[in-house]
Write a protein that binds this ligand. Structure first.
Ligand code: ADP
Ligand code: MG
Length: 721
């Protein structure tokens, strides 16, 4: 009897503890964010209403309101232990930037310490940020940049091991108002897309929607290695990836890591990452092991593009910082290891009205389905006409190593729409059916959506751009990239196509006829971008060539294409998303960072060969030579000694030969800059870097484990337990 009672009560206690834990989780979600709940606690009611209205309708934030918000925000931050605040922004170096100021001031009259934070300090900052890339937009005498609060993205508190800081998401502009960051153009493009999408909705009779939002859900892939191993891998330290390394005996051929049970150390790490993200109001949702050994993924629930972009920057930061606490290193670069899968960051996106209607979903009625077809056709047209732009928006030195491999989307942009939708498109193009008699699944609407979704999510893994039932998934994005640029390009190009549709229909008397003919003509003209087959197959590249789809192999070509494409220049100026100066400054920066990435790798590789690998090879040669010398005394020289000596000496010769060429490239690069340097990296350095790797990887397999100066692929990929 007592035993049963004990069992019963311990069961009750476990349940209560679990409940407490869940409540705790629920309460901790967003606890470090100045969200509506915190606002209501720290700001007067009318201030909250006004601020929410500013955010919702994108109105200007007046200084009087800012002063009141700043006062409440300061109290909240101080109560949570923050001593500093920082305008947090995303300059064009692919990272985030912050400069901390304490709330501390000295009272003029009493000389005592006080805590101050004004509305002006909240909405505008003037960091001396002259060293950030500006691509020629700022002369030195006006080098100062300005940060401006983006009230649509909430302020939050993050701890920096030492202390806590209030982060205020901001846009970063020059004195003349030119965008110097990732956020500003994204905000402009979201507004443009919303404006044009609303025009389309009005044509279809929706007069109530006030805004159309671009929603994005990124899936972040990353690798984890043991921190101990990093110390000896200068290549990873300098360039974020391995520049040398023979394949380990086992790779990913067994697919035994994909979705496998998450091991203890990694599980503990993921748990802490989740806790931190939830406190920051970032809804981390899915986590799993990915295909390559030591590769993982984290997906968060989708949010408005601008917020999703800010959140993803925080996700990457939390992943990296938390790893260190667990004795791990989180690698975010796209291709840390040759021979196994690289990491991407698929961005799932959809369009939804402020009333929550998803515009990539077919509806219940003919009208709604036509509206769906307009959005679909506009997206296909955008992908076809602006393929070089979308390709460029995801290009980087490291993503080049991933795209076009047999694991990641090919370099040709195409769109997967699935069989069901494809047959609809074909019927419209071939005029088998009038638009008012669309196939059944479109007419029956949402009730059959699950089957459409299933059809589309299961069979599109090789497509760079896939329709997955009620959203699209752009798979070319690299794991280390800021999602703002691809999101901004999608929003601008789609907004522009919707504008073309609305402009056309507005001028026509017979609206119904105009809509039908626009859908048919657009699908007909741009159906070449649709490809539902295997994107990894070599035949696809031939077929794509026949269709005239551009195959842009690397970043240099991608930037060069955008630079020359007048259609892209006018897209940005017509939409007002980027001025000509802003666009060309961005392209200059892209050339520069591509060139720098390549050059740093070349220098790191040369350094490692000179200081580590050649000495190791010479030591091994000397050891074999000594052994042979002793063997001679016994009148018997084993054959393997001669073979090893000649092989090592061959490899030493080959290494010197190739290293000399790489070193000459590095010397030559000193005289080059900008686009010329980028071309040199694309044309020469990349190739010579790969060449010098070959004898080194071969030598690794030949030498004894303890003779090799750096951890092997096996040590790196199979060590996290
Ligand atoms: P899968 O691996 O099958 O692509 P995941 O669950 O890993 O799916 O990721 C799906 C991502 O898509 C998540 O970030 C999710 O929030 C996002 N998502 C789901 N629905 C939408 C939508 N309507 N618009 C934008 N993103 C969405
Ligand atoms: Mg996924």
């Amino acid at each position: 009897m007592w035993t049963w009672k004990i069992i019963y009560f311990s069961f009750r206690i476990t349940c209560m503890e679990k409940k407490k834990h869940f409540n705790c989780l629920k309460e901790s979600f967003g606890i470090d964010v100045f969200n509506e709940k915190a606002m209501r606690e720290y700001l007067p009611r009318e201030v909250v209403e006004e601020l929410l209205d500013v955010v919702k309708n994108g109105r200007e934030l007046k200084i009087e309101l800012a002063n009141q918000v700043a006062a409440g925000l300061k109290e909240w931050a101080l109560n949570k232990g923050a001593t500093h605040y920082s305008h947090w922004f995303q300059p064009l170096n692919g990272l985030t930037a912050e400069k901390h100021d304490s709330f501390l001031m000295i009272d003029d009259l009493t000389g005592e310490a006080i805590f101050e934070f004004s509305g002006r300090e909240l909405i505008k900052g003037e960091p001396d940020a002259s060293s950030f890339p500006n691509g020629g937009l700022r002369a030195t005498f006006e080098a100062r940049g300005y940060t401006m609060w983006d009230a649509s993205s909430p302020a939050f508190i993050a701890s920096n091991d030492g202390g806590k800081c209030l982060y205020i998401p901001t846009a970063f502009c020059s004195y003349h108002g030119d965008a110097l960051d990732e956020k500003t153009p994204l905000l402009r493009s979201e507004a443009y897309l919303s404006e044009q999408a609303l025009r389309v909705l009005q044509i279809f009779g929706d007069q109530d929607s006030k805004r159309v939002n671009l929603l994005i859900g990124p899936e972040q892939e990353y690798f984890l290695i043991e921190a101990e191993q990093l110390k000896k891998r200068k290549d990873i330290i300098y360039s974020g990836r391995t520049l040398f390394g023979a394949p380990s005996p086992k790779g990913q051929e067994l697919d035994d890591h994909y979705f496998a049970a998450i091991r203890g150390k990694v599980a503990a790490y993921m748990d802490e990452v989740n806790q931190i993200l939830w406190r920051l109001g970032i809804p981390a949702k899915t986590e799993h092991n990915e295909v390559a050994p030591s590769q993982h993924e984290l997906a968060v629930i989708y949010a408005k593009a601008n917020i999703a972009a800010d959140q993803n920057q925080m996700v990457m930061r939390v992943l990296q910082r938390t790893a260190k606490k667990h004795g791990l290193i989180c690698l975010l670069k796209e291709k840390p290891f040759a021979g196994v899968n690289g990491s991407g960051k698929h961005i799932n996106f959809s369009l939804a009205t402020d009333r929550g209607v998803n515009l990539f979903t077919p509806g219940q009625h003919v009208q709604e389905n036509k509206q769906f077809l307009v959005f679909l056709a506009a997206l296909l047209k955008a992908c076809d006409e602006f393929a070089p732009l979308l390709r460029e928006s995801v290009s980087s030195y490291n993503n080049d190593l991933r795209l076009g491999g047999h694991e990641a989307p090919p370099s040709v942009l195409s769109v997967f729409i699935g069989e069901a939708l494809n047959s609809v498109v074909e019927e419209i193009i071939n005029e088998k059916k009038a638009l008012d008699a669309l196939p059944s699944f479109l007419l029956t609407g949402t009730s059959v959506l699950p089957s459409l979704r299933k059809d589309n999510t299961d069979r599109n893994r090789t497509s760079p751009f896939a329709f997955t039932g009620n959203r699209f998934e752009f798979r070319m994005v690299g794991s280390a990239l800021n999602i703002s640029t691809p999101a901004m390009c999608i929003a601008t190009a789609l907004g522009y196509e919707l504008k073309c549709f609305a402009d056309y229909v507005d001028t026509q008397d017979d609206k119904k006829k105009a809509i039908d003919s626009w859908i048919k003509e657009t699908l007909t003209a741009h159906s070449r971008i649709i490809f539902n087959g295997n994107g990894y197959a070599d035949e696809w590249l031939l077929e794509a060539q026949k269709r005239g789809l551009p195959c842009i192999k690397d970043t240099y070509e991608a930037i060069d294409n955008v630079e020359k494409d007048q259609k892209i220049h006018s897209l940005f100026s017509v939409s007002g998303v980027l001025s000509n100066n802003e666009l060309s400054s961005r392209l200059n920066i892209r050339y520069l960072s591509y060139a720098n990435d390549g050059l740093i790798e070349a220098k790191a590789a040369s350094h490692m060969v000179h200081k580590l690998f050649l000495p190791a090879l010479h030591r091994a040669f000397a050891a074999f030579a000594k052994e042979k010398h002793h063997a001679k005394d016994t009148q018997f020289v084993p054959r393997h000694l001669d073979l090893s000596l000649s092989k090592i000496s061959e490899l030493i010769d080959e290494t010197y030969e190739k290293l000399e060429i790489l070193d000459a490239d590095i010397a030559r690069a000193k005289d080059l800059c900008g686009k010329e340097l980028a071309f040199f990296v694309h044309d020469s350095i990349k190739f010579h870097l790969e060449e010098v790797r070959k004898p080194i990887d071969e030598a690794e397999l030949l030498l004894m484990k303890d003779e090799w100066p750096i951890p092997s692929y096996g040590d790196l990929l199979f060590h996290v337990i």
